[in-house]
Write a protein that binds this ligand. Structure first.
Ligand code: NAI
Length: 251
């Protein structure tokens, strides 16, 4: 018996990076996976992932949907419930970074990061709790960041969005614990994806690595392992928590 046999899992922003690794991990453990991608340029990658997931013997479907748009999330979750029957797990993974020092951070950059990273979590969670409350079971996993826990120069908007996710997660856990709906956050450190490519390849990368006790960047699969744990019954008595998966990073 696999950890998520027959469970219906949503993953936002899964055409690449950490989201893709999570979709694959959940499917390997028997979950049926509905996932989103936002831009038409990702459609081919999303179609390829859909095929790969289906090859694992589960039901899988890609949806083009903007997580920052409330109405789009409402339509997406409604379509998933029609197609898959319910939602057992929701992984709010979609995110962007627009790094800039506060002196140069424009209101437009601020709004975009808050909308895609934080408002999206509200948009999706608001929708998925309906089927979860009905089933008296559910697990919501929100992708925060170690930067949301500790802050980081040049990332005020990103850090604020990721810290906001933590407050939201803890509040939802308090509201919905009595319905057996759990809500936790993951705080990854620096993970090798397109989002952090510039850090790994850029000047000073060696200095940066010295700050990570495990001495390397994380892999998407390592974030996916933590997600699987929080999605499954292995974490049935855990809610309102922030799980740091950061190699011991202390920034
Ligand atoms: P990525 O840039 O490779 O992937 C992000 C995904 O989100 C992309 O597929 C993108 O198309 C999608 N996305 C962006 N805006 C969207 C929207 N409005 N609606 C739906 N999807 C949208 O980044 P990565 O590294 O895979 O990050 C995934 C999550 O993990 C993000 O929330 C990020 O903030 C978080 N994270 C990443 C870390 C890292 O070191 N890579 C560290 C800590 C957190």
């Amino acid at each position: 018996m696999k950890l998520l046999d027959g469970k219906v899992c949503i993953v936002t922003g899964a055409a690449r990076g950490i989201g893709e690794a999570i979709a694959l991990k959940l499917a390997e453990h028997g979950a049926n996976v509905a996932f989103t991608f936002v831009s038409s340029s990702s459609a081919d990658k999303a179609a390829a992932l859909e095929t790969k997931l289906a090859g694992l013997g589960v039901k899988a479907k890609a949806y083009q949907s903007n997580a920052a748009d409330f109405a789009a999330c409402e339509a997406f979750v409604s379509d998933v419930v029609k197609e898959f029957g319910t939602v057992d797990v929701c992984v709010n993974n979609a995110g962007i970074s627009k790094d800039n020092l506060l002196l140069r951070l424009s209101p437009e950059q601020w709004d975009e990061v808050i909308d895609v990273n934080l408002k999206s979590v509200y948009n999706m969670t608001k929708q998925v709790i309906r089927p979860m409350m009905k089933a008296k079971a559910g697990s919501i996993i929100n992708m925060s960041s170690i930067v949301g826990v500790r802050g980081n120069a040049g990332q005020a908007s990103y850090a604020a969005s990721k810290a906001g996710i933590i407050g939201f997660t803890k509040s939802v856990a308090l509201e919905l614990g009595s319905r057996n709906v759990r809500c936790n956050a993951i705080a990854p450190g620096f993970v090798e994806t397109d989002m952090t490519h510039y850090l790994k390849e850029g000047a000073g990368a060696e200095e940066f690595l010295k700050k990570i006790p495990l001495g390397r960047f994380g892999k998407g699969e390592e974030i996916a392992d933590a997600t699987l744990f929080l999605a499954s019954g292995m974490s049935s008595y855990i809610t309102g928590q922030v799980l740091s998966v950061c190699g011991g990073l202390n920034i």
